[in-house]
Design a protein around this ligand. Structure first.
Ligand code: CMC
Length: 433
């Protein structure tokens, strides 16, 4: 990477012009390195929402929002979704290269050998109300893992970091399935390490001790694809949260719990649940027009959930793949005439043709279709974000690891533009108006 170019920043208020290095990435926009700005000029930059701010160097994921491109370690998401399984993608994100056969077998075994959680974790579940949201349980129990693995919390030790990564990727499906089982009052199902990562998760979600459970391969493949498509997504809100939490030296379990908490919001990972809730609220194809109108009315405060993206302003390549899977799963289950599926297809069609959505480049995003797929598979709406979280854990861990190994990283500490009262004196209570 060459840091040769400079850019000059000039000011109209008499502050002397200054030069700043321009950093070049492999692809994508250059970055003006303004770390010395405050020291040189006494000024800070103002960029709420980080619209024009790169917070780190990263070699993991690349997105070109205008072209609808998503690369993990340089590989297009379409090829990974079609040619690899989720654990190969995990290996890639963590190690930078795809595994060969022997590496894959070793990695798969390592992950499957860590799927069980400590038996005392069960006690944490009993402390939650039965109607607790599974995401609330997941935030709590993932955070609680830090209390169980003191043996691997030395952040400067790469093998400690590796075993923490394996534990997190292996145990997230178990904890997510336990959160669901607890909420429906069924006994927890232990992992079955002879199954695939996705197949094992389905079994832990849906099996009951009184019946044999057979994994449907088409549905397991669809779930695996959901995991691949959600595995990483550059410096989004939850990943930035993980990095920020980790920048203080917090342990990986605490950092991932922070990421899960951030993901829960409806503008981020909570969108798939919110989208299905919205479809249920609309209820019938005849009411689609009414809701499109409401989404266009700024005073209504209503947005079409599952539409729009901060980065993808052309189309979301994950949505294209998920749309394919959506049709495949609905076909396999004979649900093409399902009321909500038909309603979602009508909503998709109208929004894609409507000027308001076309002009603002608001296309259906991955969560629009992934919610429909998961519902068809029998997964309840409130589990969708947990599934996003378990799939994204590998991305969070890879990004956290990259940050820990980056000598340029410091504790994250943004500046602010203070707009409150200037310094003033406290007066006695009797004198206050
Ligand atoms: N429905 C109606 N109008 C919308 C929507 C929507 N879903 N999204 C954006 N707009 C309008 C918005 O009102 C604004 O209009 P105007 O320019 O007239 O003021 C314009 O489009 C731009 O919106 P923005 O809020 O500036 O865009 P953003 O890039 O900050 O927000 C977003 C991106 C994803 C938060 C937003 O599109 C949204 O709230 N979508 C619904 C929630 C959703 O589906 N989120 C999942 C994102 S994908 C999963 C993930 O990666 O986390």
């Amino acid at each position: 990477m060459s840091d040769k170019n400079n850019s000059t920043l000039t000011f109209a208020d008499g502050t002397a012009a200054c030069e700043f290095p321009v950093l070049k990435g492999t692809v994508g926009p250059d970055a003006v390195d303004i770390r010395a700005l405050l020291g040189k000029t006494g000024k800070v930059t103002y960029d709420p929402g980080f619209l024009s701010t790169a917070s780190c160097r990263s070699g993991i994921t690349y997105i070109d929002g205008d072209e609808g491109v998503l690369l993990y370690r340089g590989y297009p998401i379409e090829q990974l979704a079609e040619r690899c399984d989720y654990l190969e993608v995990c290996y890639l994100l963590l190690n930078g290269e795809l595994p060969n056969q022997a590496q894959k077998e070793e990695f798969d075994l390592k992950i499957m050998r860590h799927t069980m959680v400590h038996d005392q974790i069960n006690n944490f579940f009993r402390g939650f109300r039965r109607d607790a949201h599974p995401m609330a349980i997941l935030v709590g129990t993932v955070g609680a893992l830090s209390a169980f693995y003191h043996d691997s919390l030395d952040l400067d030790n790469p093998s400690h970091r590796e075993v923490s990564a394996v534990r997190l990727i292996a145990k997230l499906p178990t904890l997510a399935a336990m959160a669901y089982k607890y909420s429906v009052g069924q006994p927890f199902a232990y992992p079955d390490n002879s199954l695939t990562y996705a197949g094992n998760f389905m079994r832990m979600l849906f099996s009951v001790p009184s019946e044999e459970y057979k994994v449907n391969d088409t549905l397991a493949r669809a779930l695996d694809r959901i995991f691949i498509l959600h595995a990483d997504h550059e410096q989004n809100a939850s990943t930035s949260t993980v990095r920020l939490a980790g920048s203080s030296g917090a342990n990986p379990f605490a950092c991932i719990a922070a990421g899960i908490a951030c993901l829960w919001g409806p503008a981020h990972g909570g969108a798939n649940e919110a989208c299905l809730d919205m479809l249920e609220e609309i209820g019938d194809v005849s009411r689609v027009g009414e809701y499109i109108k409401k989404a266009k009315d700024k005073d209504s405060g209503f947005r079409l959930m599952g539409f729009g993206h901060r980065v993808y302003k052309n189309y979301d390549p994950r949505a294209k793949l998920m749309r394919e899977t959506c049709h495949e799963v609905l076909g396999e289950l004979g649900l093409e005439n399902d009321r909500l599926f038909k309603l979602s297809m009508e909503l998709e069609k109208i929004a894609l043709e409507d000027d308001y959505f076309v002009q603002r480049k608001l296309y259906p995003n991955v969560d629009f279709y992934s919610g429909i797929v998961q519902r068809a598979m029998g997964i309840p709406n409130n589990m969708f974000t947990c599934i996003f979280a378990l799939a994204r854990t590998v991305g969070w861990v890879a990004q956290w690891n990259e940050m820990i190994s980056d000598s340029e990283q410091k504790i994250g500490r943004p500046r602010q533009l203070y707009t409150g009262a200037a310094k003033r004196d406290v007066v006695g209570i009797a004198q206050r108006g």
